[in-house]
Design a protein around this ligand. Structure first.
Ligand SMILES: C[S@@+](CC[C@H](N)C(=O)[O-])C[C@H]1O[C@@H](n2cnc3c(N)ncnc32)[C@H](O)[C@@H]1O
Length: 418
């Protein structure tokens, strides 16, 4: 059954947002904030367990040198209202345990006894829980270990040297969410980027665990009020020399946070450093990002479906709108093809013409005009699966007519014009 709306509610987390307390409050110092968790489809939701906190790890010991390693002990008798099942039990060594409420059923008790996991101390019965059996910590609804607003402000200050933003979230808070709800290769979408804490937290976590999570942040170019947010306004005007918008702050945060994380990684101890240099962690740490602005199409008309490549070449004349660059056009083509926008784009020079190559020449896009047949042939020799040209890219009608033949000769089937 697929739930919608309220059916996908996961829980309400209480986050201890305030570091100190507000002694000027009338009745109570409000120290917390709520985090409402919803799944897109709760049936598909998978949460990860969290790492064991240090204080829990300390509880694992091995006083009797059990070959199975460190363990902690858990009492097996039910207390007060805990409930349980009532039975008496005789261990394999013949020890009789009188009837009482146990936290585990009789079958489990039998198995624990068979596996030498019972510790009997007078009337008290415990089980050994080995570290190797530990499957991670279940996330709880009260978060007092996810940093706080004051630390978030410090994070911003240490990156920018100015308090350009004072309502950001701290990265450990976002990081905790990422640890619970993402995989190492997840794509994280934040529709309200603000100061781009999400990007910072994603890069940091990737640096920590070698993940390759990606992020998509959305932010309106919300103007910064020079009177209300003077520090941010002056910073952008004077230091960045950019438009005073929240989006510009976010972009600069990503740049600075990425550089900082890289610098911190290289500071790691020599053993880890050599590991990073040799292996995947450092190589994988990707701090690059691309910025796209929402706009109308770059083309006067887009040829959506091409089932007939030959016909496509001859179809109606298209043109790019004025004031749009070939990069603008390229990325729109990628979007329309459903090609990952994060794929590296290589610029080739073929016959002195600029050609964009994607995914090892899987797609070649040439957005130049006045193309000759020899240029077409050089492009065809790279054996792309798909090629895109401007409709009016060809030197003359003869070239246009022969282009399709030439491309087909080299096995290029998917030819599109825009
Ligand atoms: C409170 S900030 C997010 C703070 C962020 N978590 C951080 O740590 O910096 C929310 C942002 O969402 C943007 N925003 C608000 N309404 C929006 C909307 N309808 N569409 C897109 N962005 C919006 C605002 O410009 C604001 O910068």
């Amino acid at each position: 059954m697929t739930y919608s709306g309220g059916g996908n509610f996961v829980g309400n987390v209480i986050w201890a947002r305030k570091r100190g307390k507000d002694n000027s409050a009338k009745f109570l110092s409000r120290n917390h904030e709520y985090l409402l968790l919803f799944a897109k489809d709760i049936n598909l939701l998978r949460f990860n367990r969290l790492e064991m906190p240090d204080q829990t790890r300390f509880a694992y010991k091995n006083p009797d040198n059990d070959l199975r390693g460190d363990y902690r002990t858990l009492g097996l008798w039910a207390r007060g209202s805990q409930g349980g099942s009532r039975y008496s039990f005789t261990t394999k060594t013949g020890l009789f345990l009188s009837a009482r409420e146990w936290l585990v059923g009789e079958e489990t008790m039998f198995e624990l006894d068979q596996q030498d996991k019972l510790i009997i101390n007078g009337d008290k019965v415990y089980r050994k829980m080995f570290l190797t059996e530990y499957k991670g910590d279940i996330p709880e609804t009260i978060w007092d270990d996810a940093s706080n607003a004051a630390n978030a402000a410090d994070e911003i200050k240490s990156l920018f040297n100015y308090q350009v933003f004072d309502t950001a979230k701290p990265t450990p808070y976002i990081s905790k969410l990422l640890k619970i709800a993402t995989l190492k290769d997840s794509i994280i979408l934040d529709f309200f980027s603000g100061s781009a804490t999400t990007a910072h937290a994603v890069m940091k976590l990737n640096a920590e665990d070698g993940g390759n999570r990606k992020y998509i942040l959305v932010q309106l170019p919300a103007p910064i009020d020079p009177k209300k947010d003077t520090v941010a306004y002056d910073f952008i005007k004077n230091e960045l020399k950019a438009e005073p918008t929240i989006a510009e702050i976010g972009k600069e945060r990503i740049r600075r946070a990425g550089e900082k994380i890289k610098a911190e990684m290289t500071e790691k101890d020599s053993q880890q450093l050599s590991l990073l240099e040799d292996k995947s962690l450092k190589a994988n740490l990707d701090i690059g990002f691309k910025v796209f602005k929402l706009d109308e199409t770059n083309f006067t008309q887009w040829d959506e479906e091409t089932t007939d490549p030959a016909g496509a070449l001859l179809r109606s004349v298209q043109s790019i709108k004025p004031n749009r660059t070939s990069e603008d056009a390229l990325y729109e083509i990628l979007l329309k093809y459903g090609i990952d926008l994060t794929l590296p784009v290589t610029e080739l020079e073929i016959d002195s013409r600029k050609v964009f190559s994607l995914a090892a020449n899987y797609l070649l896009v040439c957005l130049e005009k006045n193309l000759s047949l020899s240029t077409i042939e050089e492009i065809a020799k790279l054996k792309p699966q798909r090629v895109v040209f401007y409709d009016d890219a060809f030197k003359d009608d003869v070239v246009k007519l022969n282009a399709e033949q030439t491309l087909r000769k080299f096995g290029v089937e998917d030819v599109r014009v825009i």
